[in-house]
Ligand binder design. Sequence first.
Ligand SMILES: Cc1cc2nc3c(=O)[nH]c(=O)nc-3n(C[C@H](O)[C@H](O)[C@H](O)COP(=O)(O)OP(=O)(O)OC[C@H]3O[C@@H](n4cnc5c(N)ncnc54)[C@H](O)[C@@H]3O)c2cc1C
Length: 341
Amino acid sequence: MKIAIAGAGPAGSYLGALLSGKHEVVLFEGQTEDRFTSVCGWATARGGAKELLRKVGLNFDDYLLHKGKEMSVSAFNSIYKISAPELVTFDKPRMLRDIAKGLNVHYGTFVRPGDLDGKYDMVIDASGPYRKLIGPVQEPTDMILPTFQWLVRYKDLPFDDFYIEPFNSFSGYLWYFPLGEHDAFVGAGDVWKKHQARVEDFLRRYPPSERVRTMGKPIRVAAPRSVFPHRKGNVVGVGEAIGTVYPILGEGILPSMYAADMLSQSLDDLDSYQRSVLSKFSAYDLSYDYIRRKMGHTDNLLNSFLPAVRIFLWFKRNFMITGVNPSLWDTFKVLRPRLKS
Ligand SMILES: Cc1cc2nc3c(=O)[nH]c(=O)nc-3n(C[C@H](O)[C@H](O)[C@H](O)COP(=O)(O)OP(=O)(O)OC[C@H]3O[C@@H](n4cnc5c(N)ncnc54)[C@H](O)[C@@H]3O)c2cc1C
């Protein structure tokens, strides 16, 4: 097949690498090659990433910047530590460029709806939050948060490991992710748009020796069942475009690559691809519904206690994908399920 992929993020570049040699693949990336980057905290789970990268002949450890042990969580007036044995930061733009190396990539080409019509057997929308080619979500169930992040430099890092501050209203969180000996990302995303003020507040409390640069981009935290359609005509969505970001953590790198892997295996049966996505990411729907109920104050004992336990069990089974391995007590401290009706 002749396949065009719009977007060389984790979903698009990984899909391109998996399909190359089997199909005629062209990748279009809006950013130019010399300025190519990824607005992201660059945090992921080492175990899951290693397994995925092996499939395209790369060693994930070549990109490591920081290996985590614990994540400090400051919430509801206390700080506690969650085990994070697999959580790391890594050089994401370099990894993405390496995944796409050898592929036919047109950098600096922003694809608009209609641009690729009639030229390809299949067009893949891997454009992340924008999904310009499959079009907007039909129901008012989508949720896209604005984010803002500083790359900062410290003489001595204020925290030697991951640190986050979830917002009391469940509308987002602030993160501090170390990127080696001196650098860190300090960022936040917030439905109520207080993210920039929260970042500034953190930087006042922990002033860096240098503010290197700012960046920002929306992030979709709505899960797959809330972002239909997943395809339109011969255009098929993959990655964040169809909601593969874990809503509680905002982690979308590995899940978007898993979605690409699923699509690569079901190109000739797109209904089966959609079924696999809905089944694999059903835990994302559960946690998205949980957050929405918390934000809308519609949570009660019935719809909050059991889902919180299920979210905890999912973390237990999937810490090679999330990087964090919270106890039941940790999970309850962050999720605050209602314990009475
Ligand atoms: C500030 C921030 C911090 C985050 N931190 C983390 C984190 O630490 N860990 C984690 O796992 N996830 C994180 N995420 C989420 C994660 O970055 C994404 O979910 C993940 O990269 C999604 O991959 P994707 O390939 O689907 O989309 P994207 O990574 O968004 O890639 C889409 C690509 O398509 C290109 N593009 C867009 N439109 C077009 C077009 N029309 N034509 C051509 N090219 C186009 C873009 O330039 C981009 O390169 C963060 C997100 C944000 C915004």
